[in-house]
Ligand binder design. Sequence first.
Ligand code: CMP
Length: 139
Amino acid sequence: MEIEQTLILVKPDGVQRGLIGEIISRYERKGLKLIGLKMLQFSRIKAEELYAIHKGQPFYDRLIEFMISAPIVAFVVEGANAIQLARIINGATDPIQSEPGSIRGDYSTNITRNLVHASDCPENAKYEIPILFSPEELC
Ligand code: CMP
């Protein structure tokens, strides 16, 4: 059993729709441990750093403009297989494929305004977490 940490973002649509508590509670209910939490508004530089892997994709500009448009909530969860579990809790990126019971499956119909982000592999979690959290901010 691999103990992992992963970065989760409640995107601007999740904050505006009042779903912060609902989203965080799904991770807590599953048994993942919240080890860092903050609300912030992305600078363009930080959003581009986080999504560097997607630079050049047709959706990239739309994604960056959306992510910097309003405040987000960022948190880090820790637990056995946390990275894969977080992606299951979020549901598929494409709203047609996100299953009922997942966050996106229950609350989202839009591939850009899809409420949440989670790191997709251990390498990306190690890259993404320090963009938003210093080691002192993680308990
Ligand atoms: P996220 O998990 O934050 O990672 C990249 C984001 O790009 C993704 O969620 C979507 O919000 C957004 N996106 C928009 N269009 C697409 C697409 N066609 N494929 C993948 N991601 C997309």
